[in-house]
Design a protein around this ligand. Sequence first.
Ligand SMILES: [Zn+2]
Length: 481
Amino acid sequence: MKHLFYFILLLLVVFHTPEKSFAEESVKITNTLNVRSGPSLSSSVLQQVHSGETLRIVGDSGEWLKVSLGSDSTGWIAGWLVTTSENSDTLSVVEAVVSDLQIRSGPGEENRVIGSTKQGETWQVSKTSGNWTAIHYHDQIGWVATWLVEEVSNQSEQKATAPVKKEVVATILNVREKPGVNNTILTQLPSGTVVSDLKQVGEWSYIRYNNGETGWVDGTYLKETNKHLSTSTLTLLYHSINLRGGPGLDYPVIAQGAKDDKYEIVGKEKEWYEIILNDGTTAYIADWIVSTGSSLGLRANHTNGKTVILDAGHGGEDSGALGLFTYEKLVNLRTTKAIAEKLKDAGIRVILTRDEDRYVSLSERTNLSGLYQADAFVSVHYDSTVDPTVSGITTYYYHEDHKSLASSIHNEITQSNSLRDRGTRFGNYYVLRNNSSPSVLLELGYLSNPFEERQINKQQYQANMTSNIANGIISYLNKNR
Ligand SMILES: [Zn+2]
């Protein structure tokens, strides 16, 4: 027994390396910072180093790095304020999943708030520590809670090399959401269709087809061709349509199009088509206000002159449901404003019952229906219940003849939504009962379900959901012109 003890001790002595080797590691300074005499903020400041300098790392202690200052002297710098050569190649980029994420001076809620980031803004990661992620926030390092950010894929990786033009040689070729015969079929392409082969994974090819959409096909049914990509055009459905500088409502309007104008499509990003203007430059247009060769032409233009009231539930002292980090009143407002923008871009007059975080009584909300002779009233909510596993989307109506508005919207939402479909139901709500316009109340998922709360706050999720709701309203208005 004693021999075994000495043997283990020997192993420890032989294999335990007391210090990591820092021989090849250096640190690039991106911001003026203090070099201290020891590894803590209370140690005295020896000197300052400035942006652009590179220091050699000779040791570390906790979050601190020991650096060489030349001529045998060393000092300590805060490891969370710098990027080391070791991790600089693998830096990832994150974006916040909530609309207002606080950025702190250190890893922990006790640290000072130094700023905030909006959803969709991306930040380069410096390092992570426990549940906290350090980001390069302007010219300093800020810390955000890791569970409230999401890694976004590296932009440069998505830029594929020049795509190869290929022709479909099968009679009908299924285009799927993901590679594999069991995955959802997005569409079918007839023989002879020319597509761009963007990349191959095994036998599967990731292609761009028709109007810039992408999907996966069995690559054995494609052969290289010199034919041009089957060009396709889109047609504007409404008057005064905004053509923007980028794929989103926050990009500037660079031109306007009129109803029935046609443009050639050269690409698609999320829900935006990239089109060629007459002068040869490109612009972006939202996919919910155009028709393309492949669309069923459902969304013909009968929406001009229509009025829709959008009601963001709760507000002010009435917070509505509470999630772990979400106030229902705020996410209702965000969703409502996004739907409003999409409807306005389709030529519909939109009235909001509130456009800021304030209290509005239920009767004030429903009175607007009569005042504006609205064609539809849509109240936006998120659900909550005591059981954190309950999930899904419900659409409520009160009057039987408002059921068609409910199903128009509900069908659009649930078609491409991963949340559970709880159906359209009768609901005895004030805003439905006392409403002179066709009215529905949407419960767009459960904030009391942590998984669903996270989903709901995602930018992409909101983008899809609000497009679907806008499309549902538009298709209802078309049917009831
Ligand atoms: Zn609510």
